[in-house]
Write a protein that binds this ligand. Structure first.
Ligand code: AOF
Ligand code: ZN
Length: 362
């Protein structure tokens, strides 16, 4: 059904989409290539929310050459008036004759309507080319649209025996520089970096992207059940911090933190007085967070995992052993039956410098 040329141009469109990896959120990463007799006459990608969509950038470049052309786009062209007018209409108006789409737009405002509009206007539409790659690129956006939850990626750096810090708290550094830089690449593509108050108090964590260039820093998300965060915490500087707390928080402190630019969100609390993690993630989806990266201690890591709220685990493993009563990566309840174990699927394993990087999914 698809020719070699189709594969080539869609691959190119996917590469263009990836240019928006760190900048398009909350919008999806989308790329577009327009061809005439298998020659590229226009190409573009979506760079930033509020700005032109991929198809519009490509159409501007193609000009009159778009008439009768084939369009390769990594996501179904939109059919709704969002911050920008519908791309399906623009493609129809430009007189393109064929549109090849990698995947349907899961946004309920589109969801097949873009394809339908194109077909209605007599444009030939084919969907499903390199759809797995297109889905991988927008895993967070898709999760938010379909499940009203962000994609939660939990990162840990550990020794070969699975320890993340010594019992006295010392943890810098278990993994090497290459692994730490790689970790910042994942941070850069995330809408938000999440941690618990324990990590803020112990390490004064900043949760920002360093070591690599990015034109946009992720937001910061802190789970702080009793609102213990100090006003001079480094995490309160730079990009906005979202602090999730419970009714036990001091209201005066909430006001001061909000005046400082942070957003404090009071959630339902569990019997143990902890933030309701399901409510927190639903709120983050409402706030248009697509991908969240968690870098926290074993308590919060374990609580998220136990609640079934982690989608992906990234483990950097250093070739060392810490032994003793060093800290585990996840605190999970004791099991008495192996049938109750949490099963994962390994997606990828590779060396990063002298360490191993393992990506597993639930
Ligand atoms: C496309 N091409 O390049 C992108 C699309 O508020 P707006 O106007 O930016 O619309 C955002 C929605 O449009 C977004 O939720 C998704 O459904 C779609 N994104 N569509 O045709 C693009 N980025
Ligand atoms: Zn659009």
């Amino acid at each position: 059904m698809f020719s070699l040329a189709d594969y080539t141009f869609m691959s190119h469109a996917l590469q263009l989409a990836e240019k928006g990896l760190n900048t398009t959120s909350p919008n999806p990463r989308v790329g577009c290539v327009i061809t005439c007799n298998d020659q590229i006459v226009g190409s573009g990608w979506h760079e930033k929310v509020g700005q032109a969509h991929a198809e519009i950038n490509a159409l501007v470049q193609a000009g009159d050459a778009a008439r009768g052309a084939t369009v390769y786009v990594t996501l179904e062209p939109c059919s709704h008036h969002g911050r920008t007018p519908p791309c399906a209409d623009a493609l129809i108006k430009a007189g393109v004759s064929r549109v090849v789409i990698a995947m349907e737009d899961p946004n309920p405002q589109v969801l097949g309507n873009g394809c339908a509009a194109l077909k209605q206007a007599g444009v030939s539409v084919q969907t499903g080319l390199l759809s797995e790659q297109a889905q991988a690129l927008n895993i967070g956006f898709i999760n938010r649209m379909r499940s009203q939850r962000p994609w939660v990626r939990l990162k840990v750096a550990a020794s070969l025996d699975g320890k993340t810090a010594l019992n006295n708290g010392q943890s810098q550094w278990i993994t090497g520089e290459a692994a730490r830089i790689d970790g910042h690449r994942w941070r850069a593509r995330s809408c938000g970096m999440m941690t618990g108050i324990g990590t803020i108090l112990a390490d004064n964590a900043r949760l920002s992207v360093r070591h690599i260039f990015t034109s946009r820093q992720p937001k910061k998300i802190i789970i702080d059940n009793r609102l213990e965060i100090p006003f001079d915490a480094l995490v309160l500087q730079g990009e906005q911090a979202f602090i999730f707390t419970t009714a036990s928080a001091d209201t005066g402190k909430i006001t001061t933190l909000e005046k400082m630019g942070a957003r404090v969100i009071v959630c339902k609390q569990s019997d143990q007085g902890r933030v309701d993690l399901n409510q927190m993630l639903a709120t983050l989806a409402d706030l248009e967070f697509n991908e969240i990266m968690v870098e926290a201690g074993s308590g919060l890591n374990g609580a998220l995992m136990h609640a079934g709220l982690v989608d992906e685990l990234i483990i950097y493993m250093a070739p060392s052993l810490l032994g003793g009563s060093a800290k585990d990566m996840l605190q999970l309840p004791e099991l008495t039956c192996l049938d109750h174990k949490i099963s994962l699927k390994i997606e990828d394993v590779r060396m990063v410098g002298r360490d191993i990087r393992l990506v597993a999914r639930l």
